[in-house]
Design a protein around this ligand. Structure first.
Ligand code: GLU
Length: 526
């Protein structure tokens, strides 16, 4: 019994596409897939498609399948499959079936494989032949030159370019003879005449196309490879995919897919087409206006959790009145639904990503954060490489990180706000030592006072940031600025920097005293 019959038996008086869709979900084991073509890096839009497909399946206890669509052999980029898998695994989107990386090598797992289309060629051929034998597809020998000429004539006559079915009526004998003589051919799917194709998109609602606007689609190319249209339908069917979630650019292909499902007598999947990603000026998100590769964001020190959270909110929100913006992957699985995905394009706002990343960095435990910087090679930069040895130790770096944690928007910025932490000598104008209208003399005596206190202090004071802060605040008394400003400038040489306690704590006793000495020398008696 078909799902439709079951649903009709349920006896709902009011039949809506939503109630059908809910019923479908209740009665099916949900399977979604992400089906990238290995033509380069993973685009942020691709990450969103993968994430939404993953969330949709996981929310319903379903499976998330990963398939590689490499039927366009001319566009393949070597290493792209490994690159895609590595990024997906880094951000935590592991598939239940399909492909995974094991020690850098790609492995397939699951009962519906192979999961790489180029390894499934005989299957596509078999299904294409079935359509030919049933008169639903035909061999076409038209050369590229003939097709170009045909199109030019149609355009000159102000008609929409469309294949003229020149080969539709070739006899089987003629086809065989031409094939035997080595003539190249393709297989075209015959689009039925004068039909409305209507379907309910999970995001856009009812979508309608007419077959007059569709070309007899090539389904097997002359190199024997299927086109995307045949391969995607055969695979989604055989892999028992229930919901196809993909970018809006595939919407015009969907009626063709529905017709191919129909030709085989298969139930089509449900479809949801995601809105475009836009630049802030509302143009289509492109490389020209910034990075689009997920790996570039990771390399810059955006945390995977922040990227996932940010990408989830590109076009989706948890609903009216909900103000929560920070979601873990588990929370997203719980809250996500396609119903709340907007139809309109989603603006990719890098400022929001920076804010979100900073929020994640703030909330991280320092050891984990430190490990992430180490792992991501964020300490391997010129600023640190040229610093004295003690400034390159884990303990020193971790102290700088502790101080910077609350202001870091991305890991790659580590140390950059405070370069004075990484230089033996600091240069600054002695005028900077003066607090407001105070004299240099006043700065000098404050520094001398600090020098005495800190020289006498036991080295162990530097183990406890709070103790260091306490003793210096006590020394500062009422007039904090008079004492703390010159000390802070002495330690940092900067107009703006973390507090003098922070700076002293990071620099350690010797370097703290050395910098105060130097500042005193810079501020001779007036
Ligand atoms: N291979 C297509 C792509 O790379 C996937 C389209 C689909 O999901 O059906 O975008």
């Amino acid at each position: 019994m078909s799902i439709l019959d079951l649903w009709l038996q349920k006896g709902d008086n009011v039949v809506t596409s939503d109630s059908y869709s809910d019923f479908f979900i209740m009665t099916h084991h949900i399977r979604t897939r992400f089906a990238p073509s290995p033509t380069g890096f993973l685009h942020v839009g691709g990450l969103r498609t993968a994430l939404y497909s993953y969330l949709f399946a996981k929310k319903r206890g379903g499976d998330f399948v990963l398939r590689i669509e490499d039927t366009d052999q001319k566009r393949l980029v070597s290493g792209a499959i490994e690159g895609l898998l590595s990024v997906l695994e880094t951000v935590g989107l592991r598939c239940d079936e399909g492909l995974t990386l094991r020690e850098g090598i790609c492995e397939q797992h699951g009962d519906h494989g192979p999961y790489i289309q180029s390894e499934r060629l005989p299957l596509y051929q078999k299904y294409a032949n079935e359509l030919v034998s049933r008169g639903l597809a035909y061999h076409c020998f038209c050369t590229a030159d003939r097709l170009t000429e045909m199109r030019e004539i149609q355009i000159a006559a102000k008609r929409a370019p469309r294949y003229d079915r020149h080969c539709l009526t070739l006899s089987q004998e003629e086809v065989e003879a031409r094939q035997n003589s080595g003539e190249a051919s393709v297989i075209r799917f015959r689009i039925p005449d004068d039909r409305d194709i209507e379907f309910t998109d999970l995001i856009r609602g009812t979508v309608r196309f007419h077959t007059r606007d569709m070309d007899d689609q090539v389904i097997i190319k002359s190199d024997g490879f299927p086109t995307y249209h045949l391969a995607v339908v055969v695979d989604d069917h055989l892999m028992e995919i229930t919901h196809v979630i993909r970018g809006e650019e595939w919407l015009p292909s969907t009626p063709k897919h529905i017709l191919i499902y129909e030709a085989f007598g298969w139930q089509a999947t449900e479809f949801g087409h995601l809105p475009l990603l836009l630049n802030p000026d509302k143009s289509k998100l492109s490389k020209r206006q910034g990075d689009v590769a997920v790996e570039d964001y990771l390399a810059k020190g955006y945390l995977k959790e922040a990227l996932i959270n940010f990408v989830a909110l590109l076009g989706w929100n948890p609903g009216k009145g909900e103000t929560q913006e920070i979601f873990t992957l588990t929370e997203l699985v719980e809250k996500f639904d396609l119903e709340k995905v907007n139809k309109a394009g989603a603006v990719f706002d890098i400022k929001k990503l920076d804010w979100m990343n900073a929020e994640y960095i703030k909330r991280m435990d320092i050891d984990t954060l430190f490990a992430q910087l180490r792992e991501g090679h964020f300490f391997e930069k010129e600023l640190i490489r040229q610093a004295p040895d003690f400034m390159q130790t884990d303990i020193f770096l971790k102290r700088v990180l502790t101080i910077e944690q609350d202001r870091l928007a991305k890991l790659s910025e580590f140390g950059e706000q405070n370069p004075f932490f990484f230089s033996q000598h600091i240069e600054y104008d002695n005028e900077l030592l003066r607090w407001k209208d105070n004299s240099l003399d006043s700065a000098r005596s404050a520094l001398k006072q600090a020098l005495t206190i800190l020289t006498d202090a036991d080295e162990s004071l530097w183990n406890e940031h709070s103790q260091l802060e306490k003793i210096l605040l006590e020394a500062a008394g009422e007039k904090r600025g008079d004492f703390l400003w010159p000390l802070r400038v002495a330690l940092s040489g900067a107009q703006r920097s973390p507090s003098p306690f922070d700076c002293a704590w990071v620099l350690g006793k010797d370097m703290t005293l050395e910098r105060i000495h130097m500042a005193i020398r810079k501020s001779p008696t007036e």
